[in-house]
Design a protein around this ligand. Sequence first.
Ligand code: URP
Ligand code: ZN
Ligand code: ZN
Length: 476
Amino acid sequence: VSSTGRAPADVLIDGEVIKAVLSPGSTLFGTDVAASVDTVIDATGKYVIPGGIDAHTHMELPFGGTAAIDTFETGTRAAAWGGTTAIIDFAVQTFGERIEDSLAAWHGKASGNCAIDYGFHQIVGDVTPDSLKAMAKLPDEGITSFKMFMAYPGVFYSDDAQILKAMQVSRDTGLMTMMHAENGPVIDVLAEQLVEQGKTDPYYHGVARAWEMEEEATHRAIMLAKLTGAPLYIVHVSAKQAVEQIAGARDRGQNVFAETCPQYLYLSLEEQLGAQSEQYGHFEGAKWVCSTPLRSREEGHQDAMWQSLRTNDVQMVSTDHCPFCMKDQKELGLADFRKIPNGMGTVEHRMDLMYQGVVTGEITLERWVELTSTTPARMFGIYGRKGVIQPGADADIVVYDPNGHTSIGMPVDENGKPTGKKHHMNMDHAAWEGFEIDGHVDTVLSRGKVIVDNDQYLGSKGDGRFMKRGLTQYLT
Ligand code: URP
Ligand code: ZN
Ligand code: ZN
């Protein structure tokens, strides 16, 4: 299955790369291909797809006095289990830090530890003359995109003047500007007022982060990008009104792109409000505290996000994987939702969750491949090597069984006892507990090596290599 069609085929792999895609039973130089190879993986009745590419993950991200609980080792292994064969994570420049030093530090965390290939976007957290110069040199390092935050004042936040300067570098170099589009200063005031009224439960995180402030920031980012001529990619879009802003800009011919995440397709603010557990009471909702927040189903955001994937107003799906345990991490916000570290763990489930959208008829099989692999590759400059099954491409391949089944989470038996099955991410809970998928990842190959085979992990730490990326291949 590719982003443009499907056909029965044999995929011939030699070492790390795909050599040929052949009609079944083909002969090459007079010999039967299938009979002359060392190993045959029988994928009869299953889908053979390019491995998933998750272009938005945060392994080991420092946040709110703690750090995301998946390391590059555990997070990329979990990704592999779920049919993702490449991630693009974020190197974080903190305030006062040199960009070069931040990038070196993130290489240090990832190098030799990853199960699958990985790249970096650069987070620009301090716009100085030196930073702007360093940004212009990032493409030489294989870093061709950077993220800025209109949210989180005092942490990663950039104001409009700083964004403008960075976008001018983006225009001049071709670096993709990635934007966290939420009006942070306004959200922080709303959050403070809610806490003053005693509204401290996790649910109020989503109340404070009003969709109006996602729409406003999305609009502002689009206008700044228009003014400067920078290509713009809005991350983790959740509000239907933000999609309208993006669609409008695209209709006017602007290079504006967007991703959404499975949580904004499947989960809602109402469900977060209703969440309760014996251990945590209403604080159970902390599992789904992420930014942008879960949106109201009554207001129709989830339907609008699925629709945006069909119309290509939103072009791809990433996870924004940023996992925290409840114990000692999310718990930091027991008395005040503002102190709950923001993020959810999804890197293992993205391919399955999006495949379920094929089963329910939200998207086509081809669109599934496009949203999860082909477009991420084109958007971030690795297409040809990744995101497609064709001669010369890396043999990053997933065999997906549409007749298999996947129970997500940490399932318990009828007596409430753990079954021993567990997701492979490091969190102590499953934000996707109870999701049932009518499909299953059977076999995963990373550059020709079988790393997952029928619920067995065969890879090892250090299998994954750093990907130097080219400029985006997605401009109109
Ligand atoms: O809640 C989130 N999204 N945490 C990770 C940081 C970010 O804004 O992407
Ligand atoms: Zn963000
Ligand atoms: Zn993120």
